[in-house]
Design a protein around this ligand. Structure first.
Ligand code: RFL
Ligand code: PHB
Length: 388
């Protein structure tokens, strides 16, 4: 098989990249190791930054998001039960959209198939070769047959557990990481959210986040232990903690729990994001703790930059953007890392914190909800900085 860009992974990064390239007349083949059904039903992110929602509309996959997504012009921060509203509209005239990642994936898959683009599911034994040449290769098995794609470029959009990052020579990559001493227990509940906007709730017994997928379905998270076993959280205990951590006189309606899972919290970056003609994008190169809601948005930002660089190569015979791609992506990645780390440390209880840390943290939270400059700074980063 032969294509211009071989894309490994049909997550938000790989699928959006394929669509952007298609709009520029650049061919690609996407290979994915899971089934279509699996990737279209995997429950993960939900928050789309202002520019990213506009980008999805610009590339022609925003129709259903506009109909079904929930637009929020603000958010709530609760401190031990006291709820404060941050008004993004008044502060910056910016919004965020709540629309499930799996819905974005469904829209992108449908668009890809309507474009007549190749998208192979259930591939296995994926490997890459000849990365330092101008004809890099992807090898894999599909339908029991060994296959090879010869391309001009490979986009490694295969997430944290993919094969792209481990295919870099060992001495090329520097890893920067930080583990947090807690995780998030997340549930999807068939019940309305407690407020129109999200509620990020700091309490002395731990963090909770009240978000949603629709006016009748809530997505609720509780700070829990790092390697928590979901079996330690029967439904009644989850609701008890969610009621206690909400505060502000709000009532939380209970509902049938449709899904329950634990996510460990981690910050992770590799540098550089490129080796020869293999370019990493999205979670294959970096992970952020979900407190800042930046993961999927960063994946989109990476592929906006990568598609522009690839377009520069084909349309203007210009290598400059490709050579600078890793640097350009990492500037935004580190900014998102800093914000996600900051949101995480401000919102959670740390088991090893000192009384000084605790007092400082509460003071930081009070500053955010009382200073217009501080609220504006948070709002600017949370709704998403424009792409340079
Ligand atoms: P993905 O989505 O992991 O997609 C990678 C794809 O590659 C496939 N794959 C392979 N394919 C072929 N060959 C191989 N060898 C392969 N190995 C893997 C995988 O099956 C998969 O389909 O990465 P991508 O595209 O970079 O997208 C990143 C986002 O998925 C991720 O950053 C977000 O989900 C993070 N995240 C959030 N991000 C936000 O922007 N806003 C949020 O509100 C938000 N909330 C969250 C989150 C992540 C969470 N969890 C579960 C980690 C909340 C949670 C709880
Ligand atoms: C979500 O809706 O799943 C969500 C929203 C905001 C976050 C994390 C997750 O910070």
């Amino acid at each position: 098989m032969r294509t211009q860009v071989g894309i490994i992974g049909a997550g938000p990064a790989g699928l959006a990249l394929a669509r952007m390239l298609h709009l520029q007349g650049i061919s690609s083949i996407i290979i994915e190791n899971r089934t279509r059904d699996y990737i279209e039903n995997r429950i993960r992110a939900g928050l789309i930054e202002h520019w990213a929602a506009d980008m999805l509309t610009d590339i022609g996959v925003g129709e259903r998001m506009k109909r079904e997504g929930m637009v929020h012009w603000g958010t709530n921060i609760a401190i031990n039960g006291e709820i404060h509203h941050l008004d993004f509209k008044a502060l910056l005239n910016k919004r965020i959209t709540i629309y499930g990642q799996q819905e974005v994936v469904k829209d992108l898959v449908e668009r890809r198939l309507a474009d007549g683009g190749e998208l192979l599911f259930e591939v296995s034994d994926v490997s890459v070769d000849d990365l330092k040449t101008d004809k890099p290769k992807i090898r894999f098995t599909h339908d029991g047959q060994p296959k090879e794609i010869e391309c001009d470029f490979i986009a490694g959009c295969d997430g944290y557990h993919g094969i792209s990052r481990p295919s870099f020579p060992a001495d090329i990559l520097t890893v920067y990481e930080r583990d947090y001493p807690f995780g998030w227990l997340g549930i999807l509940s068939d019940s309305p959210p407690p407020d129109h906007d999200l509620i990020y709730s700091y309490t002395d017994e731990g963090f909770a986040l009240y978000t949603m997928r629709s006016p009748t379905v809530s997505r609720l998270y509780l700070q829990c232990d790092h390697d928590e076993d979901v079996a330690n959280w029967p439904d009644a205990k989850i609701w008890e903690h969610l009621h206690r951590r909400l505060g502000g006189g709000r009532k939380l309606q209970e509902g049938k729990i449709l899904q329950k899972s634990v996510t460990a919290m981690r910050s992770f970056v590799v540098e550089p994001m490129q080796y020869g003609r293999l370019f990493l994008a999205g979670d294959s190169a970096h992970i952020v703790p979900p407190t800042g809601a930046k993961g999927m948005n960063l994946a989109f930002a990476d592929v906006v930059k990568l598609s522009r660089a690839i377009e520069g190569f084909y349309k203007k015979q210009n290598n400059e953007l490709l050579e600078n791609n890793s640097k350009a992506c990492l500037r935004r990645v580190w900014n998102a890392q800093r914000f996600s780390w900051w949101m995480t440390q401000i919102m959670h209880r740390f088991p090893d914190e000192t009384p000084f840390d605790h007092r400082r943290q509460l003071s930081d939270l009070r500053y955010i909800v009382s200073s217009e400059a501080a609220m504006k700074s948070l709002a600017e980063q949370y709704t998403g900085l424009p792409i340079d």
